[in-house]
Ligand binder design. Structure first.
Ligand SMILES: [Zn+2]
Ligand SMILES: [Zn+2]
Length: 425
């Protein structure tokens, strides 16, 4: 035997069958809730031209600067594993001219993203996001509905979360504010951290993301963009807030919540959970009316959010998963070769009619088979021995209440069917 190649790459992990139930429950619920709001699923490639992300996310960001999985493929093309999906979805929207006809397009996605981040607890280099995008409208009700969709999904998973909102202005009002912000920052430049000093000139809004303790007193005193909105942006923000109120959604105004790129306009929001500690954002989203043009398309207003599935799953209680955990309705225990063939035959028929059945290829004693049935949390065990084969009557045992009785095969099937009906109610 050679070297055992039994390690994932650093920062990568397997999601094993025993934890997958919680993932499936979140994904299934997302599909159901998003469908209620009219979002349709889109699946884009996990790999795209590097330029797509460099342009849409911004060369100045940590994501593009330090964290992307970028390499040259066999055609010597620079390609990148997607670090997020909004750029891909908007690319797909443009490539497939979904804007034709001028309507609103609502899309959602579920899938893996890739960032070569510094190793830290709870951060994975392949991580999963659920996200939604609404393209083709700048109506403030679309912003409120987007937020509502995300919140209803979290609620349906039993997660309590808080909504933070802000407006980051537009191409008309932001430049003036940015001048003001830069002036303020220049006054304190020597006292700020290295990142802030760099951002002060290149991407001033990102100063608000700084977590360095010594920067905070200065950041606290900076002017807020929400106090410098133009009439249209102020109107949009206040309509969006009324829509939230009408939907019965509580929010907190977060004047420091910003997104650093030019094409991000107006609504910015986050949904946070106190249960997550300092890295508490579950959902981040906002409006990006200029993104389509950045990617060479026509002007198409849009907005979206992305939700970190790895973090969400961490918040789900174990017991929520039990209903999703796979378990056989019937475990077939057999003694001897002819009984094994009979077990396979019975299982095959029942499986075709929708019942989850299991038997052990490695069957040892009856006792060891019963042990396995218990471990798999089977609901019933059917015992097939020489006697049973001859009489074509089998003993069935409920592992829930240890009741045991005899059945013919047709009785067995109607019994399992009745059980399944009971479960469905
Ligand atoms: Zn404005
Ligand atoms: Zn700083």
């Amino acid at each position: 035997m050679g070297e055992l190649l039994a390690n994932t790459l650093p920062g990568m992990r397997d999601l094993l069958p025993e934890e997958i139930a919680r993932w499936q429950s979140a994904e299934d619920r997302a599909r159901r809730i998003f469908a209620r709001y009219g979002f349709l699923e889109i699946r884009t490639p996990v790999i795209e031209a590097t330029e797509l992300f460099a342009r849409s996310i911004g060369a100045e960001t940590d994501i593009v600067g330090k964290e992307m999985y970028t390499f040259r493929d066999q055609s010597d093309r620079s390609v990148t594993l997607r670090p997020e999906a909004t750029a891909s979805v908007v690319r797909a929207y443009l490539q497939n001219t979904m804007y034709r006809g001028g309507g609103v397009t609502k899309l959602y996605y579920i899938g893996p993203m890739f960032r070569h981040e510094k190793k830290q607890k709870g951060r994975w280099r392949q991580f999963y996001q659920i996200g939604a995008e609404t393209l083709g409208t700048d109506h403030p009700a679309a912003d409120a509905e987007m937020i509502e969709t995300a919140l209803r999904f979290l609620e349906s998973m039993g997660i309590k979360a808080e909504l933070l909102i802000n407006s980051v202005g537009c191409a008309d009002c932001r430049p003036q504010y940015m001048d003001l912000l830069r002036q303020e920052l220049r006054k304190h430049l020597p006292a700020l951290c290295e990142d802030c000093r760099r951002r002060a000139e290149t991407n001033s809004l990102r100063v608000f993301d700084c977590k360095v303790e010594s920067c905070q007193p200065y950041i606290q005193k900076l002017p807020f963009i929400a106090d410098h909105l133009c009439g249209d942006c102020a109107e949009h923000f206040s309509s969006m807030k009324s829509c939230l109120q009408e939907a019965g959604i509580a929010y907190e105004f977060a004047p420091r919540l910003v997104r650093g790129l030019d094409y991000y306009v107006r609504t910015a929001f986050e949904i946070v959970s106190g249960e997550l500690g300092s890295q508490n954002a579950l959902v981040g989203g906002g409006r990006y009316d200029g993104l389509s043009e950045v990617l060479g398309g026509p002007r198409v207003p849009g907005l979206g959010f992305a939700l970190g599935l790895d973090r969400l799953v961490m918040l789900l209680p174990e017991d929520q998963s039990s209903g999703w955990q796979w378990k056989p309705e019937l475990f077939l225990a057999y003694m001897g070769e002819p009984a094994f063939r009979k077990a396979q035959d019975i299982a095959r028929g029942l499986r075709q009619r929708g019942h989850a059945c299991y038997y052990d290829f490695l069957a040892g004693s009856l006792k060891s088979q019963l042990r396995l049935a218990n471990k798999l949390r089977a609901e019933h065990v059917l015992i097939i021995g020489k006697d049973e084969l001859e009489r074509d009557r089998y003993s069935i045992k409920s592992l829930k209440d240890s009741r045991q009785w005899e059945v013919t095969l047709s009785e067995l099937e109607s019994y399992l069917q009745a059980q399944a009906k009971g479960r469905a109610v």
